[in-house]
Design a protein around this ligand. Structure first.
Ligand SMILES: [Zn+2]
Ligand SMILES: [Zn+2]
Length: 271
């Protein structure tokens, strides 16, 4: 069985996972077998299995565990990068935890994910200047004016009033979040390729250029940099780009590798 198959067991009540007679011949594993297999996978591939469960939204604890394990791993490797090696002993673990947190967010993102709406900073509405015309009369219309059939408008003073109004954010339509799905391919990962289409004369779909076929936007690494800058100003944007970002990218990849490892362990255990 694979990791995907274990998901339903996390949502099942423990009573449902019992040694009930096998329904079909392909149902080769009993509930107890599966529980044991998941336990062994957790033991052998803690980071990858926790990361996977965290990604699937099984539990917040798994997410935290995966981040903690990656932060620990990062701490053991970061001295290879001069800029990170130079960080103070108290700062280093905080920076590693921040990097691991962003790495997890990036790793667990999919076309189905949502992110905070930048347009309204997650408020759902934006403040906008609204101009309205207001008017008042300079005086109560005097009798002589009435006699002369003067129009009240002659005594009316109009003025434009600026008010700050909260209006619904048009980007997220007030939902506070927007989809992470790629805007070009709408999460499909494939889009009509202009050049190939012209070349071959028929619509040709290829990996979407905007998202590289992933179907969703990755978290800009500058966001991770900004978060690290909140902890320490020892890393400049230049240093980030040159040496810390590659390290950060490795951390994201580490989750993918660990997940693959957990997958292979589970397969081996349940073979
Ligand atoms: Zn918005
Ligand atoms: Zn795309």
């Amino acid at each position: 069985m694979n990791l995907e198959n274990t998901v339903k067991f996390h949502f099942a009540k423990s009573t449902m996972i019992s040694d009930s007679p096998r329904a079909t011949a392909s149902d080769a594993l009993t509930g107890t077998d599966i529980m044991a297999a998941m336990g062994m996978t957790q033991e052998r591939a803690a980071m990858g299995y926790s990361a996977f469960l965290g990604k699937m939204g099984i539990s917040h604890n798994d997410r935290e565990r995966a981040i903690a394990l990656l932060a620990e791993y990062a701490l053991s490797k970061c001295d290879k990068v001069a800029a990170l090696r130079k960080l103070g002993e108290g700062i280093k673990p905080l920076v590693m935890h921040q990097l691991a947190t962003f790495a997890f967010e990036d790793y667990s993102r999919s076309a189905a994910s949502v992110k905070q709406c930048d347009c309204c900073s997650g408020q759902g509405f934006i403040e906008a200047d609204v101009f309205t015309m207001k008017s008042h009369y300079t005086m109560k219309l005097p009798q002589w004016a009435k006699d002369l059939k003067q129009s009240p408008g002659d005594f009316e003073v109009k003025r434009q009033v600026k008010e700050v109004a909260k209006i619904l954010c048009s980007t997220c339509k007030g939902k506070k979040v927007v989809s992470c799905a790629c805007k070009d391919c709408h999460g499909r990962g494939k889009a009509v390729n202009q050049e190939l289409t012209e070349e071959q004369g028929v619509p040709v779909r290829a990996d979407c250029k905007r998202c590289g076929g992933r179907g969703y936007e990755r978290i800009p690494s500058t966001e991770a940099f900004a978060a690290v800058s909140q902890i320490t100003d020892a890393i400049s944007l230049d240093t980030w780009k040159k040496s810390v970002k590659p390290f950060y990218d490795q951390l994201i990849m580490k989750f993918d590798m660990e997940e693959a490892w957990a997958e292979s362990q589970l397969k081996q255990i349940t073979r």
